[in-house]
Write a protein that binds this ligand. Structure first.
Ligand SMILES: [Zn+2]
Length: 344
């Protein structure tokens, strides 16, 4: 089969690799129908040191179960399934608490002999716990929206829920990438009526408005903070959803959050120290969020996707085939594409 490998910064290749097979009775082999490139894939694409051997990459996919291990009771051959961006048994103490990203038997795609998601086939460990079976469909826009439950929309939802967003909270979303736009849609779905989106790419913030943003702030840094405060009578917003992953973005969050409010971080952090000192303490700011346990949210979000109440798949603005994946990375890195969908 053919799959995507990353060899270093700017160096993504499509190569022939061995077909996966069932290695444990709890495995399934899935033939990928849709995959995509994640904003977090762009970090290694920007900075990873060059190596002789490539590593498999990709962690968002949906597909059809081609082989099911003998221990599986939920997942069957022929099922259309969504794979969350980590695998998990869905039974251990952490999974039972809805934190499948900390599963005692879980792991990540593209590591330790497990296939990456940007390839034709994937061996799925812990398949009964990991995979969520969905109704069979050929509808391209529905498949795109279903794929967002693998990561990006669940990540936006995680930001909104951990920040306690409801119909009484005002919200600021920092970042107009696919996660930021997903966070806007998730906050709107949870009833927020005032959603300020901080982003400076008009084509993206336009989609943010369609997803439910009520105000756009294009300014960054102190100027952006000032603007959000002007919009909120000087107070800031109850919830602030950090969807970038940089320290300046987190500083902006501290600047725009209301006293007693909550900052939720879901951007993969590219920093090791952040603002946790006196300003946060004196204003009773809660800081929450983290890597999103997508598996915990899929069943809850699925009905709204299936009936078209929400269309998170609109974050995809380019569709490519597997051979187009290297160009897809470059297009996202150059900000020429918001999020690239891979159709097989
Ligand atoms: Zn578990």
């Amino acid at each position: 089969m053919r799959a995507t490998l990353i060899y270093g910064a700017g160096d993504v290749r499509i190569e022939e690799v061995p077909d996966p097979r069932i290695e444990h009775p709890t495995d399934a082999v899935v033939r990928v129908v849709r995959s995509c490139v994640c904003g977090s894939d762009l970090w290694p694409y920007a900075s990873r040191p060059a190596s002789e051997h490539g590593d498999r990459i990709g962690h968002e996919f949906l597909g059809v179960v081609e082989q099911a291990g003998s221990d599986l009771s939920r997942v069957r051959t022929g099922d259309l399934v969504i794979a969350p961006f980590v695998y998990s048994d869905n039974t251990c103490q952490f999974c039972q608490e809805g934190l499948q990203t900390s599963c005692e038997h879980g792991g990540t795609w593209g590591a330790d002999g497990v296939d990456g998601g940007q390839g034709e086939l994937v061996r799925v460990p812990q398949a009964d716990g990991t995979l969520v079976t969905i109704p069979s469909t050929q509808d391209s826009s529905l498949l795109a929206s279903l794929l967002t439950l693998s990561d990006v929309f669940c990540t936006g939802h995680h930001a909104a829920t951990t920040a306690g967003v409801n119909e009484r909270t005002t919200v600021t979303v920092v970042g107009d990438g696919a996660v930021g736009l997903s966070a806007v849609l998730a906050a709107k779905r949870l009833g927020a009526e005032r959603i300020i989106l901080m982003g400076r790419h008009p084509d993206r913030t336009d989609l943010g408005i369609e997803f439910g943003a009520t105000d756009i702030v294009a300014e960054r840094g102190d100027e952006g903070i000032e603007k959000v405060r002007e919009l909120t009578s000087g107070a800031g917003t109850h919830a602030v959803l950090e969807c970038v992953g940089t320290k300046p973005a987190l500083d902006t969050c501290v600047g725009v959050v209301r006293a007693g409010g909550t900052i939720s971080r879901v951007g993969a952090p590219q920093y090791s120290e952040g603002p946790l000192g006196r300003p946060v303490f004196m204003r009773n700011i809660a800081i929450t969020g983290g890597v999103a346990p997508a598996r915990n949210y899929i069943e809850e979000l699925l009905p709204d996707v299936l009936d078209g109440t929400i269309q998170p798949g609109r974050v995809f603005d380019r569709t490519i085939d597997l051979d187009g994946v290297p160009d897809g990375y470059q297009a996202m890195a150059d900000r020429k594409a918001l999020k690239v969908l891979v159709a097989f």
